[in-house]
Design a protein around this ligand. Structure first.
Ligand SMILES: [Zn+2]
Length: 293
């Protein structure tokens, strides 16, 4: 482009010196048109990034003050500035209702919208009631159906992900709307599939749905398997707080080009504020096809 402009300018100067006055405005008009044509030829790609974290365990005995771990993670996410949205995959607090407000206060410092699901520690140890409203729902992100499920039974009664009747009815109906279609689904829960109480029932009908990936936490360790032998990609993430090595979580990038989405999962240490490897990998990638023909 620069060379073409220089040649044109030179010609204009030469022309101006020998003949009638030349209107140079056409040079200005020409350049934006050429630039627009170049951009139109490129495929349009839109990136959406979710911060996917879990197990902050606000109020856990390892914290210097309640919310220490989630506060440090949120500060790093804000400074990075790459997330469009965020989800916290359960064990938001350590078994006490009073910690629920602290969790919400710290998460509200995020500069992006956020949501959560409940895990087995999100029930008050005295009352047995959930510390925050059990959230479940579905929405479409980059053409992929995100389904989130909450644990609704006290962790002391059952550590597995047990849904209420209402949530379970909704879940099967939501799946039914995607039966025998190519509509891809990502699941987001606290417990991984072996500890999902309805896993035996879901497994029997798994072929009818296009569940591409299942994001979970709960184990406080990375367990990422592209071929978990269950037909979907398992992404079990490490913990923000609680036990073992803390301040670890993930980011999910979804880069859509036409009917294809490239999914990339990256791993973060919020304490050291650095990207980390898991199983020797900088990231895990997979392709999601949206075409429904
Ligand atoms: Zn936990």
């Amino acid at each position: 482009m620069m060379k073409r402009m220089l040649v044109a300018a030179l010609l204009a100067v030469l022309w101006a010196g020998t003949g009638p006055t030349v209107d140079l405005a056409w040079l200005d008009a020409y350049t934006p048109a050429a630039t627009a044509a170049l951009h139109a030829a490129e495929p349009s790609t839109a990136r959406v990034t979710w911060w996917v974290a879990g197990d902050p365990h606000v109020g856990h005995g390892s914290e210097a003050f309640p919310g220490q771990h989630v506060a440090k993670a949120v500060a790093d996410v804000n400074e990075l500035g790459i997330a469009d949205e965020a989800i916290m995959l359960g064990d938001l607090v350590e078994d006490r209702a009073a910690f629920g407000d602290i969790f919400v206060r710290e998460m509200n410092k995020l500069k992006v919208d956020w949501t959560y699901v409940l895990g087995n520690h999100d029930f008050d140890r005295t009352t047995g009631q959930p510390v925050l409203a059990p959230r479940y729902g579905a929405r479409t992100v980059q053409g992929i159906r995100f389904i989130t499920l909450s644990d609704e039974v006290s962790g002391s009664a059952d550590r597995n992900l047990v849904m209420s009747d209402a949530q379970e009815k909704w879940f099967w109906e939501e799946l039914a709307t995607h039966r025998d279609t190519d509509s891809p689904i990502f699941l987001f829960t606290h417990q991984p599939h072996p500890e999902f109480a309805k896993w035996p029932q879901l497994q029997e009908v798994l072929d009818e749905y296009n569940i591409v990936a299942w994001f979970s936490a709960h184990k406080h360790r990375w367990d990422i398997r592209k071929d978990a032998g269950v037909g979907f990609i398992q992404v079990n993430i490490h913990s923000i707080g609680g036990v073992r090595e803390d301040y670890l979580s993930s980011f999910l990038h979804l880069d859509r080009t036409g009917d294809t989405v490239e999914a990339t999962v990256r791993f973060r240490n919020h304490e050291k504020r650095e990207w980390i490897q898991v199983d020797g990998q900088d990231q895990v990638t997979f392709t999601v096809n949206l075409a429904s023909d």
